[in-house]
Unconditional design. Structure first.
Length: 330
């Protein structure tokens, strides 16, 4: 979500109402007096005019009233321009389509969360910011010949990157609750998985997509060598149960590549911060936790993942983020 300094948190999700969730994306500003933005429809990739959308998702104001919270919230955000930093991230998965196809795909989705390099000089206007620090743990050696599950995939940038970098199979899941978040934040009505299907169709990708909650991935009835979970753990009400679910679908010797909201507490503090709704990001009632390094290690051990390596802690526009590798026993 957009924070006080304008930074967009990662609302891509795989969560349920009991957890929380989200995600997002960008596009050309609508011309004054022109048509509404278009959106992509399902697998076929056919564009059509987007219907009118409500300024808040269903239940947004009801929830805030029930919690005794103010219903005065920030005005709708304008979809920002893509940053040069995110274009550099996108270049890690350069698609190199024709200019015509690239422009068609870019314009068919009214809001992109991830920035994609569709063709030389043609990028989607992804609203996610400063994701470059994640690339260090997404090297080809991590994926080569391995099965990958991406939980909370949104537009699927990391799913497609894993495929490009040699994964034997990639399954992307998302509960698509980001549709409500996009409507509340930007006043844009987005078709579920619009960006994902647009990129998959453009590239001929074999990444498998499932509309599925992160708590339901056991229903896949298979195990994976790598589970990607970016920007999700701080959005679930029960992080132990959620992490246990991810651990349960790891193959022996597999690993969870985890990125989440961090903490400004001392790294050795064996605690986890509990946030109030709206405390971290405006129009965001679903950022519950902040994880210092030791708190995250203990969380991993609680679910049987005793090999937990915190590989990075960064501040993005004043917001702490943390990256960890959690490995299952062989």
């Amino acid at each position: 979500m957009w924070g006080p300094a304008g930074m967009l948190d990662d609302p891509r999700s795989g969560l349920s109402r009991r957890s929380g969730s989200l995600s997002s994306m960008p596009r050309e500003p609508r011309r004054r007096g022109g048509p509404r933005p278009t959106m992509i429809s399902g697998f076929a990739g056919a564009c059509h005019a987007a219907p009118p959308c409500a300024p808040f998702p269903d239940g947004f104001l009801t929830r805030r009233k029930a919690l005794g919270m103010s219903i005065t919230v920030a005005a709708l955000e304008l979809i920002p321009e893509t940053s040069a930093a995110e274009q550099l991230v996108a270049d890690a998965y350069a698609i190199d389509a024709s200019i015509e196809d690239a422009a068609r795909v870019r314009d068919c989705v009214p809001l992109w969360f991830h920035t994609f390099a569709l063709a030389p000089g043609v990028y989607t206007r992804g609203i996610a910011r400063d994701h470059g620090y994640r690339l260090a743990v997404l090297d080809p050696e991590r994926f080569a010949g391995r099965s990958v599950l991406d939980v909370g995939a949104f537009d699927g940038f990391y799913s497609f990157l894993a495929e490009r970098r040699g994964a034997s199979r990639v399954v992307a899941v998302d509960n698509e609750q980001y549709v409500d978040w996009v409507a509340a934040r930007f006043g844009v009505q987005l078709a579920p998985a619009a960006g994902f299907h647009a990129i998959a169709q453009l590239t001929g990708s074999q990444v498998e997509y499932r509309q599925m909650d992160g708590f339901a991935v056991r229903d896949l009835k298979e195990r994976f060598d790598v589970v990607l979970c970016f920007g999700i753990l701080h959005r679930v009400t029960d992080p132990i149960a959620f992490l246990q679910t991810l651990a349960d679908v790891l193959a022996p010797g597999g690993e969870i590549v985890l990125e989440t909201y961090g903490s400004k507490l001392d790294a050795d503090t064996p605690a986890i911060e509990l946030r109030e709704p709206g405390d971290v990001y405006a129009r965001d009632d679903f950022t519950y936790w902040g994880f210092p390094a030791e708190g995250l290690r203990r969380l991993g051990r609680t679910v049987g993942l005793h090999n937990v390596e915190v590989v990075d802690e960064v501040l993005i526009d004043g917001h702490p983020r943390i990256v960890a590798l959690m490995r299952a026993a062989t």
